[in-house]
Design a protein around this ligand. Sequence first.
Ligand SMILES: [Zn+2]
Length: 321
Amino acid sequence: MKTPRLFLALFLSLVFAAPVIAQIREENIRAELGFLASDAMQGRASGSNYERIAAEYIGSQFRQFGLEPGGDTDSAGNKSFVQRVPLERAPSGATWNAIGVLRGSDRRAAGEVIMISAHLDHIGVNEALTGDDKIFNGADDDASGSVAVMELARVLASGKRPRRTIYFVCFGSEERGGHGSRYFIANPPVPLTQIVADLNLEMLGRPDPKVPAGTLWLTGFERSTLGPELARQGAALVADPRPEQNFFRRSDNYILALRGVIAHTVSSFGMHTDYHRPSDDVSKIDFPFMTKSLNSLVKPVRWLANSKFRPTWLPGQAPTR
Ligand SMILES: [Zn+2]
């Protein structure tokens, strides 16, 4: 009598068990953010050797997650996860992007690209400052976004490969002229018309009191069909509550959007006074908030990478200058 029941139970559990979907874990966010925003990284100044180290670290994480390298190819034909962007005035002679690729599983859909991006640089050290803290650690700006890119890469690469291809990109020199994203978009890995959307991640390490708890906002929400659709798919994502700040134009997404790519920035920046100050430190990051809100993006991004949905600008809403 016992055996058939056991088989029935096993059968039912196989039929009804929901697939295990990986979740972003707080300890991973703490580990990555703690490194990028540590004093040892000297504020990751645009074009500095510390920016380069940040790019190498992120690339090394991408490798661990099983992504394909999307950076430079050396003379022996080996591809790396880091892209060197020559920049004469920069202390390291270049700015540095980190690029990892999760290749789509469907032969046709793999030609369509979703971008998940952030900027890995910040504003370095100011020795002229009075007081003990002269390092601009940029924990929120934008170590939080770079960590969000890494953690979305980790969970999306751990499950069933999506049909479309996902590019995970951390740009250098956003803080000084947007050189990393300008170079990327001038030398795109696929024709720009094949980039379905870019979700850029900026300053989402602390909650914004102006929006509901656990919620992120999207710049230019009203400009395209992307934000509303992701929200419908379960993303805790609302419109930017401060359109007068013009945040839509204040990050790398804008450089892509000017070239026609549907590109918005996800953030929860609540105008805290640590912005571009040495006090933008790891101790100010709200890790449970960051974990929870980022986890709300996992399913919608996976859906986007598996769907045929192509977001569009609404009439008159594509930026032109
Ligand atoms: Zn920033």
